[in-house]
Write a protein that binds this ligand. Structure first.
Ligand SMILES: [Cu+2]
Length: 154
């Protein structure tokens, strides 16, 4: 195959895909709970949809806090315990919900800088395949963030 044909192929590929199609990952409902003034950490929640054909995983969240971790919640009876995860898998064709009582992003080291309703937290999600995706977590009141019936696929 001549180099020209390769270039033509590359162009075809470019035209066949809409902008941002690099990423098979789409994000919605990014929000965080407001926290008490003395809180050391706050939870971030969002929906991650993998519209692609290959599995991906959220491997890190970068934000302007001393530490940001991925957590899940396990219940032993009524006691909720948070467990640190290295990755959150997002299988091909699936939506993974990070929501209260389950998976979440933990913004840590707040010490005296609580999350306040109306704030917006700029963050970068890092995926194994899709790479870095910027996201803004809107800080909302706890009861709004806990809303059910919000968890449908759009
Ligand atoms: Cu946590």
């Amino acid at each position: 195959m001549k180099p020209m044909s390769l270039a033509a192929l590359a162009m075809l590929a470019t035209f066949a895909t809409p902008a941002f199609a690099d990423s098979a990952i789409s994000i919605s409902d990014a929000r965080a709970f407001e926290t008490a003034p003395s809180a050391m950490a706050g939870g971030g929640f969002l929906s991650i949809t993998n519209t692609g054909d290959s599995d991906d995983a959220l491997i890190a969240v970068l934000a302007d806090f001393p530490r940001v971790e991925l957590h899940t919640t396990e219940f032993e009876g009524d006691i909720a315990r948070m467990i640190h995860l290295d990755t959150i898998p997002v299988p091909a064709g699936e939506t993974v919900m990070l929501e209260p009582g389950g998976l979440h992003v933990m913004f840590m080291g707040l010490q005296g800088n609580p999350l306040t309703e109306g704030d917006a937290i700029s963050a970068t999600l890092v995926f194994e395949q899709a790479g870095e995706i910027p996201v803004t977590f809107d800080v909302v009141k706890r009861d709004m963030a806990g809303h059910h019936g919000h968890s449908h696929n759009h």
